[in-house]
Ligand binder design. Structure first.
Ligand code: ADP
Ligand code: MG
Length: 260
């Protein structure tokens, strides 16, 4: 059975893309078949996986979505690229922004991505969707498609405020579009656990949401080694296998697997 997880937060720079890459490759290292979907028109996930110029690719998520919108057939591995660490990914590029505009007038516009995922889900154990930093049309498609959601957040006041808005959107999506949608968990990222402030915020989130929503025990520490991976085009397991961020993502993989 394939599980589809969207990595969502409307706030930028909270490590959505970094988490998608490292959770995904961590799952591959545990023998799982994994597809990552880049759903950001900036193509950051694609860059992090070594695509130098996402805008020059011929087949990407927007190409596939427009096929679906036009009722055209395509092969279920079309456009999917393979990374050296064994993960498959569907890249994205700037064409998505134009497509998002034309999606607005479509019938069942929130279900276009889910048509793609339904077509390919038998090929994988996990499909992770890297969302862009908004609650726009593409994120709504991801929320409609996913079985569950991981919310990466940074321990800062503003991101906690945004969390409330996100949880409201998730509840609405559940009510109107995807009744089976669950929250896999809230993940603290780029955490400097030496500061009391970060610890207090984590406590606050646990107190406010911990009863209904899991807060992952794994916390991703801040480390320059992690920020270097995007340019290297590899995961933290390859770039700094013995470092604290690799250990943290390995623990996250275990938590996600045990939750199945
Ligand atoms: P988002 O997808 O939410 O916008 P990114 O994954 O692109 O966030 O991360 C934002 C920036 O933070 C990137 O430059 C990334 O390399 C860096 N980063 C991610 N995780 C860490 C970490 N644990 N420690 C330090 N920097 C990190
Ligand atoms: Mg991103």
């Amino acid at each position: 059975m394939c599980k589809v997880i969207a990595i969502v937060n409307q706030k930028g720079g909270v490590a959505k893309t970094t988490t998608t890459v490292n959770l995904g490759i961590g799952l591959v290292n545990e023998g799982k078949r994994v597809l990552l979907i880049d759903s950001d028109s900036q193509g950051s996930l694609s860059s992090c996986l070594g695509v130098a110029e996402p805008d020059e690719l011929d087949v990407t998520l927007p190409t596939i979505m427009s096929k679906i919108m036009n009722d055209e057939e395509f092969d279920n591995t079309w456009g999917v690229l393979k990374h050296e660490e064994g993960i498959s990914f569907l890249p994205c590029n700037i064409e998505l922004s134009g497509l998002e505009v034309s999606m607005v007038s479509m019938m069942r516009r929130e279900f276009i991505l889910s048509e793609y995922v339904e077509k390919v889900r038998d090929l994988y154990d996990f499909i992770l969707i890297d969302c862009n930093s908004s609650l726009g049309m593409m994120t709504m498609n991801a929320l409609t498609t996913a079985d569950s959601i991981i919310i990466p957040i940074q321990a800062a006041y503003l991101s906690v405020k945004g969390l409330q808005q996100l949880i409201t959107t998730i509840s609405k999506t559940k009510k109107y579009l995807n009744p089976d949608l669950g929250i896999e968990g809230i993940l603290f990222t780029m955490m400097d656990s030496r500061t009391n402030y970060a610890r207090e915020i984590k406590q606050l989130v646990e107190n406010s949401y911990g009863k209904n929503v899991r807060v992952f025990d794994s916390v991703i520490p801040f480390s320059v080694r992690a920020s270097e991976t995007s340019a290297e085009g590899v995961s933290i397991f390859k770039h700094d296998p013995k470092g604290k961020v690799a250990t943290a993502y390995k623990n996250l993989v275990k938590e996600v697997l045990n939750y199945e």
